[in-house]
Design a protein around this ligand. Structure first.
Ligand SMILES: C[S@@+](CC[C@H](N)C(=O)[O-])C[C@H]1O[C@@H](n2cnc3c(N)ncnc32)[C@H](O)[C@@H]1O
Length: 400
């Protein structure tokens, strides 16, 4: 490995680029938010916000006897940008526009709302917000608060409090097999929680979506459950998925799906040209050992220090059908055999110059390995603490 981090160009699409700039500005001073809002266009930024709010809002499935319409007004200087959020039994939708008699009206300065939705958790404020709830002064509302109050409260909670839903719950909601068939979500949560509030770039290999029958994972409109789960879990991340099947139609705001074969380094380099440096990589693709190793060798150099590279379904390392082996357990060609060699790499500075183990390409760049049943988390970072002192490494010389 030539350096700690390979720096690709990172040619994200212009839509993703705008979102990335809005997310970074949301953690900065007010002037920087205002400047990004101006340069991106206040209307576009309002659209991004509403899409995000509607995607995140948690309305438990309850029967609503009428559609609830909430008017959002984002103000920016003399401008007022209007969107309607509509909640019905089938879900929540949004569209630009105004209505004369919404159930509720939320008005807020656009820049303040940007910070609330995309800034670090707890940074948001509602100093400029004005809220009108239709019928709030009526005797009926005292006896039986209308459903519209509750829908509005859920919208405000989405903007301000960032309901911190756990990964197991999110995996179940979004139909990812990371919980249920596998038990990975508690491990993910343990390692990812400290990163949750950061503006990250996440790449998952393997978009999924078994369509049943003989079509396997090929259906273009199926899958993406885990990508939507990461998007919800990391409110400030850009999430990328890549798959050998063409799943690009599953792209949406903050999710970009690319087509690439994880066994082909040229295609992997092309993926990173799009994503830029990576904070998290999750390999949930073919699970063939040789593919896992190629992807790791190609992508790990692009992971930032402090980032994580996760490999799922390590059981396949023991199964010949996936290029694994249940006999030669330390063989360097299987996923787990290779990962075991990284454990020696962690302690490379302690290995005496016996020639038993040549230096490994990743020795200085892996500072932690966390193994669980069928999954490993590889922590990127400088591993150069220095070995134990010479007087302790070698037995004392015998006096003549
Ligand atoms: C287990 S599914 C992914 C599930 C998904 N990550 C989730 O948690 O919901 C595996 C995916 O890997 C993809 N895949 C298989 N071989 C691949 C390869 N060589 N390169 C990239 N993707 C591959 C399949 O098309 C399939 O969509």
């Amino acid at each position: 490995m030539t350096g700690v981090l390979r720096s690709p160009r990172g040619v994200v699409s212009s839509a993703e680029n705008t979102i990335a700039r809005v997310i970074s500005a949301a953690g900065c001073r007010d002037e920087e938010i205002a400047s990004v809002v101006e340069s991106s266009g206040p209307e576009r930024v309002a659209e991004i916000l509403v899409d995000e709010i509607v995607g995140r809002v948690d309305l438990p499935p309850v029967e609503l006897d009428e559609e609830i319409v909430v008017q959002l007004w984002f103000t920016h200087g003399a401008k007022r940008i209007a969107h309607l959020v509509k909640a019905g039994s089938a879900g929540v939708t949004c569209e630009p526009g105004e209505t004369r008699e919404p159930h509720a009206r939320i008005e807020q300065d656009l820049c303040e709302a940007v910070r609330a939705v995309f800034g670090p958790r707890g940074d948001g404020a509602a100093a400029t917000r004005r809220l009108e709830l239709r019928g709030s002064g009526t005797p009926q509302a005292f006896v039986q608060p209308p459903r519209a109050f509750w829908v509005t409260q859920r919208l405000l909670a989405t903007m301000d409090d960032r309901d911190q839903i756990g990964l197991t719950e999110l995996a179940s909601r979004h139909g990812s097999d990371k919980w249920g068939i596998h038990r990975y979500t508690p491990h993910y949560q343990h390692h990812f929680e400290p990163l949750r509030d950061r503006p990250l770039t996440v790449l998952e290999i393997g978009v999924g979506g078994l369509s049943g029958g003989t079509t396997g994972y090929g259906a273009p409109d199926k899958g993406g459950g885990s990508l939507r789960m990461w998007k919800r879990y990391f409110p400030r991340a850009l999430v990328y998925g890549m798959d050998i099947a063409d799943k690009r139609a599953l792209s949406e705001q903050r999710i970009t799906v690319l087509r690439a074969d994880q066994s082909n380094p040229v295609e992997l380099h092309r993926v990173v040209e799009e994503t830029g440096p990576l904070d998290i990589v999750i390999d949930d693709g073919s699970h063939r050992s040789e593919h896992v190793l190629t992807s790791f060798a190609t992508l790990f150099p692009y992971v930032r220090d402090g980032g994580l590279y996760v490999i799922e379904d390590l059981q396949t390392s023991y199964w010949p059908r996936f290029g694994g082996n249940s006999e030669a357990l330390d063989g360097p060609a299987t996923s787990v055999g290779f990962l075991k060699s990284l454990v020696d790499g962690l302690n490379h500075e302690e290995i005496l110059d016996s020639g038993a183990r040549p230096p490994g390409a990743f020795d200085r760049h892996i500072k932690g390995l966390h193994f669980y049943h069928n999954i490993v988390f590889v922590e990127k970072g400088l591993n150069a603490e220095g070995g134990g002192p010479a007087w302790l490494r070698h037995p004392p010389r015998r006096r003549a």
